[in-house]
Design a binder for this molecule. Sequence first.
Ligand SMILES: N[C@@H](CCC[C@H](N)C(=O)O)C(=O)O
Length: 290
Amino acid sequence: MSTSQIAFLKGHGTENDFVIVPDPDNALDLPVPVVARLCDRRAGIGGDGLLHVVRSAAHPDARDMADEAEWFMDYRNADGSVAEMCGNGVRVFARYLQRAGFVADGDLAVATRGGIKRAHIDKDGDITVSMGRAVLPGSGVTVTVDGRSWDARNVNMGNPHAVAFVEDLDHAGDLFSVPPFSPQSVYPDGVNIEFVADRGPRHVAMRVHERGSGETRSCGTGACAVAVAAARRDGVDPAQTGAPATYTVDLPGGTLVITEHPDGGIDMTGPAVIVAEGVIDPSWVETMIG
Ligand SMILES: N[C@@H](CCC[C@H](N)C(=O)O)C(=O)O
């Protein structure tokens, strides 16, 4: 990482919070320990993840998307690991670009490791992201927390999820102290785990334990996985009925509205807020990289 002044912002989407590091030319090296320290809530700035904002043409993982999407969301989890996609992250990323004057209100394409995602930005309102289709591999999985196990649905939203329906969200126990377990063979690269309880017709509540971040107050890809799993459990499949299905998903940090369309495409709508901006102390970075 260059040790000249490095700007950052802090933002969140339904309280899934991110350190945002604008770096259009991809000039910064962000090794795992530096990302982990920036996301550290006591020794760093603090966040569930980091959004490295880079022009697609300047990043090897996004160059082939540059014609369609000028900006690449280089997403990292709080432990510094790379993830394919972050739904709340795309909304906050779009809000940053709008606020910085890089894009106007309206429609925007964002390159991610999970492909190009299209966002629609209302000036001061919510942001809708077209998240693509869910893949539901047939295999059932088991989620175990603190000695208790639940059958779960395997759902891939570009990143892996295991969705378990529970009677009471408190049954998930203290996810902070006892990370949920799922079979390694099904998820060799780890998994995000959602616990879901019914709240009403097409209305659910969830808690999530995120790969690379622990329990967070919201997860956009997780909410999409939950909505699709709940729909199939309810016997609802827009591909069969030809009608879109909308589920309201309550999370500890807010509410997301998820619509699955007959072509399988999933839209996620929710807020995105920038709360602060500042400069990272270059001498602090030097102590990390020696
Ligand atoms: N919070 C995100 C998901 C972030 C990535 C995830 N932890 C993973 O490793 O797959 C969201 O809003 O989707």
